[in-house]
Design a binder for this molecule. Structure first.
Ligand code: PMP
Length: 441
């Protein structure tokens, strides 16, 4: 048996990420264990995981298959140098992953996080054009409200002001197109919103301004997650793809959230039938258990490096922990769980039930939008005019007290439960959230 978890009173040293530290430390919320769909708090309460941790624990928590894979690997081969050396699990994992990816996405570069996967993809795009003698393509295009992690590349192409304004100069040569979130036309849409494919034409405008010959890549979250679950309008991603093709611009899908079954297909690229040139993943690759990320590349990109000028055949990029053996074992164990339990397509079966459940919250106080796709969803609340207080954050605190974990950003409550959730647990989640919403001022 495991020793009982010690609950600490030493809160000062740890500088917590994306958290108002003083506020948290005055009233800490601690998880001490987790199993399947539930966390247990330090005061012994069970909390239903409505967000798969941070959109990552797609297989649920503490799954024995993954735990055993990690334990075994740590005892057998804990670490192998990531550069100029290999180990079999890295190659096995890469081969298994490319069987899941859309056709033609045949190569994988391993990282340790989504942020690193994004930086890797941006650098790959720039280097790819150089390898082909098109070094004039130096610009990167992101979107307003995009979230691509916290590296300088990611915050530069990202479009969330609070993540950018503290840090001065961003990468140069970056431009942004608009996001597609348009409540005036699409409020309470189920699945893909009807209106707004024409937002893709922003890309043509940016190209007209800068000239295609200066643009390397466009990076897009197929469903923008961290910024509040913004679901692309019908036809939008197809148009973005067509514009990129027309102008020789690489398309990067940031699938850190949408990858590994969130929409009911292995990747959002499958759901939309739109294949990017590069794709970034993390989170679900190991079901959140061990840090890992990856960039997938289409064959022509890999080949451009392999056959490129002599000085580019080696990609001068990588991390000490790229394809760390324990992370690879965790990912292989995770893929076993996904495949044996059909989790990569389970969201498709549950999607209608999920949609009905979360849309039943329509009409509750302050709810101005509800949206869903696969097993992801959001409830958007009316802002409190002229005040920094966010109703959604109050809802998060109240939900936690009532035994439900949700995630909030601004006035939006985001939901993305583990893909093992049962219908009864969906009912629980929605009932608790409804009870919370009824109490908001
Ligand atoms: N891209 C997207 C789309 C994400 O959602 C996230 C994390 N929420 C990241 C990148 C960054 O991933 P990480 O936190 O693992 O660096």
């Amino acid at each position: 048996m495991n020793a009982p978890t010690r609950v600490t009173n030493n809160l000062e040293a740890f500088w917590m990420p994306f958290t108002a530290n003083r506020q948290f430390k005055a009233n800490p919320r601690m998880f001490v264990s987790a199993k399947d769909m539930h966390y247990t708090t330090a005061d012994g309460r069970s909390v239903l995981d409505g967000t798969a941790g941070l959109w990552c624990c797609n297989a649920g928590h503490s799954r024995p298959r993954i735990v055993e894979a990690i334990q075994h690997q740590a005892a057998e081969l804990d670490y192998a140098p990531a550069f100029q050396m290999g180990h079999p699990k890295a190659f096995d994992l890469a081969s298994r992953l490319v069987q899941l990816t859309p056709p033609g996405m045949d190569h994988v570069f391993f990282t340790n996080s989504g942020s690193e996967a994004v930086d890797t993809a941006l650098k790959t795009a720039l280097a790819y054009h150089r390898a082909r003698g098109e070094g004039s393509r130096f610009r990167l295009i992101g979107r307003e409200r995009g979230y691509h992690g916290v590296g300088f590349g990611g915050i530069s192409v990202g479009g969330i002001v609070s993540n950018r304004k503290m840090f001065g100069t961003m990468l140069t040569g970056v431009d942004h197109i608009r996001h597609t979130h348009d409540l005036s036309r699409n409020a309470f849409s189920r699945g893909l919103p009807e209106f707004g494919a024409e937002y893709a034409e922003d890309l043509e405008r940016v190209i007209a301004l800068h000239d295609a010959s200066t643009i390397a890549a466009v990076i897009i979250e197929p469903v923008a997650g961290s910024t509040g679950v913004l679901i692309p309008p019908k036809g939008y991603l197809e148009r973005i793809r067509a514009i990129c093709d027309k102008h020789g611009i690489l398309l990067i899908f940031d699938e850190v959230i949408t990858g590994f079954g969130r929409l009911g297909t292995p990747f959002a690229a499958d759901y939309f039938g739109v294949t990017p040139d590069l794709m970034t993943v993390a989170k679900g690759i190991t079901s959140g258990v061990i840090p890992m990320g990856a960039m997938f590349a289409k064959k022509h990109i890999y080949e451009a490096f392999m056959q490129g000028p002599e000085h580019m055949i080696e990609f001068f990029h990588g991390y000490t922990y790229s394809a760390n053996p324990v992370a690879c074992a965790a990912a292989l164990g995770t893929l076993d769980v996904y495949q044996e339990e059909g989790l990569l397509t389970r969201a498709a079966e549950l999607a209608p039930y999920w949609a009905d459940a979360i849309h039943s919250l329509k009409g509750l106080p302050h709810v101005i939008d509800i949206r869903n796709l696969g097993l992801i969803g959001a409830v958007e609340l009316e802002p409190i005019q002229g005040q920094p207080t966010k109703r959604a954050f109050t809802a998060f605190l109240k939900a936690y007290d009532k035994g439900l974990l949700i995630r909030t950003t601004g006035d939006i409550i985001a939901l993305s439960p583990p893909l093992i959730i049962s219908k009864a647990e969906i009912d629980d989640l929605v009932t608790t959230l409804g009870d919370v919403l009824k109490t908001l001022d």
